[in-house]
Design a protein around this ligand. Structure first.
Ligand code: GTP
Ligand code: MG
Length: 195
């Protein structure tokens, strides 16, 4: 499916701006700077489709991408620290939560967690929100190229323990590096299997 035409559809700033709920969608959530936009670029094989940057708070809208007619990929603003005015951040945080709780066609949320840092309190809050909304979420560890070999298992255990606390968590964790390409094909087949 990723061989099909991939396009940016629109950036949404309010629930009323969401495109018609006429197909399956999957979204990418996670703390600011965890690598959501970069992962979408890696999945679609397009370097600058989703705008990524080293400044936390880069993505400030709910960004829709189409893969042919098959499904929507949704790049979300991050949560946690962001290098943006407080009022602006508050606005996108509210939209993020409304979106995660209220989008009928949201088939799965991928919750991205930095493999170096593991699951933080803010991730737990989003996971709890997804539990209450009954949206299945799957944890994707990012930046695997940056994690020290000695920390790898320790962080994985911490993530597994966190997921075990959340009924909406899909048990399989996907390890990725957008930089090196690890796990990207696996994630592509997961997304393809959902649409
Ligand atoms: P916000 O939009 O601000 O919430 O951030 P984001 O989660 O979309 O992160 P983004 O994709 O913009 O990436 C943040 C930084 O992490 C960029 O400098 C990326 O190049 C870097 N990055 C993302 N994925 C990887 C990875 O797998 N490995 C390495 N080494 N760096 C990565
Ligand atoms: Mg982003």
């Amino acid at each position: 499916m990723f061989a099909g035409e991939v396009e940016f559809l629109k950036g949404v700033v309010a629930m009323s701006g969401l495109p018609p709920a006429d197909r399956v969608e999957v979204c990418f959530a996670g703390r600011s700077n965890v690598g959501k936009s970069t992962l979408i670029n890696a999945l679609t094989g397009r370097k600058a489709l989703a705008r990524a940057s080293n400044t936390p708070g880069r993505t400030q809208e709910v960004n829709y991408f189409t893969i042919g007619e098959a499904c929507y990929l949704v790049d979300l603003p991050g949560y946690g620290f962001a290098n943006a005015p407080v009022a602006v951040v508050a606005k996108w945080q509210a939209l993020l939560k409304q979106y995660l709780q209220g989008r009928q066609t949201l088939r799965r949320a991928f919750v991205l967690v930095d493999h170096r840092h593991g699951v933080k309190q803010v991730d737990e809050e989003i996971m709890s929100l997804l539990d209450s909304a009954a949206v299945t979420f799957q944890c994707v560890l990012t930046k695997a190229d940056k994690v020290k070999a000695t920390d790898r298992e320790k962080v994985l255990d911490q993530v597994r323990a966190a997921l075990a606390r959340h009924p909406a968590a899909y048990p399989e964790i996907v390890l990725t590096s957008s930089e090196k390409g690890d796990g990207i094909e696996t994630l592509r087949s997961i997304v393809a299997g959902l649409s």
